[in-house]
Write a protein that binds this ligand. Structure first.
Ligand SMILES: [Zn+2]
Length: 185
């Protein structure tokens, strides 16, 4: 399963609307290979999600996965492959949190997202699936589905003042976040 190159911001494919996939097409060897490659590429890049345009394929296909972290008592998010994902319901409430993107390396920024979403789509075998997600998982889905419409998280940011390189994030933003977390209540 080869690792595929990742498209970077500036490449037009990241600004195009990806096309839908039929269930028959989804079951083809070519798309099955693409899915395997996307999973491999996402894991190799230590990403928590990937959209097909990020590997130069203009198709409505996303993957997501978060490895469990026993020390943080984090169960992670099991591997999810979705074709033609559509957000069918959102919480009214939104919250800001840090986002990064494999297509915009070494940068982070605060972006608002719905706290919870319900997403419908097809699994890799072409069967309909319905996913309800909250918090970080909901954020990943919104970020990846945006990629299918040519939208980057930068477009979602209310302003660009929090845009930071990862090194500066760790030096200047992370200590503040940790301080905030320590406040009682
Ligand atoms: Zn991204």
């Amino acid at each position: 399963m080869p690792i595929r190159p990742i498209s970077r911001m500036g490449h037009p494919i990241l600004r195009e609307r990806a096309r839908g996939i039929t269930p028959e097409e989804l079951r083809s060897d070519e798309i099955q290979r693409l899915i395997d490659d996307m999973v491999e590429t996402m894991r190799e890049a230590h990403g928590v999600g990937l959209a097909a345009p990020q590997v130069f394929e203009g198709l409505r296909l996303i993957t997501a996965e978060v490895q469990p972290s026993p020390e943080d008592e984090d169960e992670g998010i099991p591997l999810l492959v979705l074709a033609n994902p559509a957000i069918v319901q959102v919480s009214r409430e939104m919250y800001d949190d840090w986002e990064g993107c494999l297509s915009i390396p070494d940068i982070r920024g605060l972006a608002p997202r719905h706290i919870a979403v319900r997403v419908e789509g097809l699994d890799r075998h072409g069967e309909p699936v319905n996913v309800t997600a909250e918090g970080f998982f909901a954020r990943i889905l919104q970020h990846e589905i945006d990629h299918l419409d040519g939208i980057l998280y930068l477009d979602r940011m209310k302003d660009l003042k929090s845009l930071t390189f990862i090194e500066e994030f760790e030096q200047h933003w992370l200590p503040r976040e940790e301080e905030a977390d320590e406040l009682p209540g």
